[in-house]
Design a protein around this ligand. Structure first.
Ligand code: ACM
Ligand code: ZN
Length: 480
């Protein structure tokens, strides 16, 4: 089974297919905890509520897939190590249909992932119908071409999810024990928003929805009050659609060049007693975060947002790159929490030859990086897929599966994760689950490619970036 149950003990006998299944609420169990007892005359599932019982049913289905008609008698006691077990899909770089998202969500639920991080806004597209600011979906959801990687198309393309479709996705997830965590990335990665509302940038000049991959200079102007009014109104509009506890406000890859030369941003720095652009980003994030907190939501940011050293401890930090000046540690030492999502383990947009199934399974909370509270700072873990170079559903699926399943087990078992070979064996036995769900998963030969194949895949992947792109990226990285 995947994730492997924490405690499992075989007992005497077998239970035939027609043995009755009884579900029972058991108040003493944790929210996601469940128990299964299989005896020759009865299969009993116990949970403290919907989540636990849903997981008990999911495990029972996997048992039936593995063992067929007759189940061996056993006792299972199971609960997750981490409360936050997440998968992210980038629908901004390329739009994926509601039907495709539901397939990915259904598959994730089979492995007990419980948060869908939905990346709905980036330089290259805004993807949600917005009542308050309709130009977001009218203008921000369409771009004049696709020049990601080797692609060179000047055909207009785009798409957005209607509010009813969003409600449908949120509801669908809810039935599968999954909370939707939307992400509106800011203050950077906002070209699509600025294409619709250019008055929110430092220069206030017209821009186009992005057509290339990369990091762009335009940010929300942190010196204009109108920016904060806009973001708060936008959040009100979105909070209506997303009832969950968490809300992701991005914060990655925001070069400070525009802020450094903007009189309004410089005035803000002076008036707020800040030292520089890094601290201004902390200020920006804190203002938006306190708005979310006032609405009862918990903000999440990418790790760059802590580099100013002034981020409020209530803001959850999603770790994807290395620490800078020990600022992540300092944030965690203040009592902050983290979601583990390191690029080299968790990013499924890279081919398996660069980030193998084993790499995903090897994700660990490094005690040296976590600060004084160690494991207690870890809220959970996430697998991700960015879609600059992914246009087709089949490609999306083969890159994510089975790597998402590996992360699901890491998030469920935490420090008690079985050995990788053990996981691989169980994954082979359960491969039919992908077919059952209509998912085009990567077959076993592709999970951990040999050196030669890995080198070929890495070379192919690098062809997505020109020499010029690489140089530009190095320059911009230094300014983040
Ligand atoms: C990220 O990959 N830019 C968070
Ligand atoms: Zn500015």
């Amino acid at each position: 089974m995947i994730p492997r149950p924490r405690k499992m003990r075989f007992t005497e006998g077998t239970a035939a297919k027609d043995v009755p299944v009884k579900e029972e609420i058991c108040a003493g169990l944790g929210t996601e905890e469940y128990r299964i007892s299989i005896t020759p005359g009865l299969i009993q599932l116990e949970g403290s509520g919907d989540a636990g019982l849903f997981y008990a049913r999911t495990t029972l289905e996997q048992l039936r897939m593995i063992h067929g008609e007759e189940l061996p008698c056993m006792e299972i006691e199971d609960r997750p190590a981490y409360a936050y077990r997440s998968f992210q899909i980038d629908c901004a770089r390329h739009y994926f249909s509601v039907e495709e998202l539901k397939k990915m969500i259904r598959m994730s639920a089979e492995f007990k992932l419980n948060h869908f991080h939905w990346h709905i806004s980036d330089d290259q597209g805004w993807r949600i119908e917005c009542k308050r600011y309709p130009k977001l979906h009218e203008i921000g959801s369409v771009r004049a071409g696709d020049h990601f990687g080797g692609c060179c198309s000047d055909e207009r393309s785009g798409g957005y999810y209607s509010r009813d479709e969003v409600r449908d996705i949120v509801d669908y997830c809810g039935k599968l024990g999954i909370e939707v965590v939307p992400e509106v990335d800011m203050p950077g990665h906002v070209l699509a928003i600025l294409a619709a509302y250019p008055e929110l940038s430092c220069l206030g000049e017209p821009v186009e929805v992005g057509m290339k991959a990369g990091i762009f200079k335009e940010l929300f102007c942190a010196g204009r009050e109108e920016t904060f009014v806009f973001v708060e109104n936008l959040l009100d509009d979105l909070l209506e659609l997303f009832p969950g506890k968490y809300f992701h406000i991005g914060g990655d890859e925001a070069p400070k060049e525009r802020w450094n030369h903007c009189p309004r941003c410089q005035k803000r720095i002076e008036e707020e007693g800040l030292k520089n652009g890094q601290e201004l980003q902390g200020y920006f994030c804190n203002r938006i975060s306190s708005y979310l907190l006032s609405k009862g939501r918990i903000p999440i940011v990418w790790n760059e947002a802590v580099y100013g050293g002034n981020l409020d401890k209530e803001v959850v930090v999603q770790l994807w790159t290395e620490d800078k000046d020990n600022q992540i540690q300092a944030h965690l030492n203040k009592g902050g929490t983290a979601i583990l999502a390191m690029v080299e383990n968790c990013y499924c947009d890279y081919p398996y030859g660069m980030h193998s199934l084993k790499d995903m399974y090897s994700l660990k909370a490094d005690p040296a990086k976590l600060g004084e509270c160690g494991e207690d700072s870890v809220l959970g873990a996430e697998c991700l897929v960015w879609t600059e170079f992914i246009r087709e559903n089949e490609r999306l699926e083969e890159l994510c599966w089975p790597r998402f399943a590996a992360l699901a087990e890491v998030g469920w078992c935490g420090a008690d994760c079985p050995a990788y070979e053990d996981f691989r064996g169980r994954l082979e036995a359960l491969f039919g689950l992908f077919e059952k769900n209509g998912i085009h998963a990567t077959e076993i030969e592709g999970w951990d490619p040999d050196e030669e194949t890995a080198a070929r895949q890495a070379e192919q992947f690098r062809m997505n970036f020109s020499e010029e792109d690489r140089e530009e990226s190095m320059k911009v990285q230094a300014d983040i």
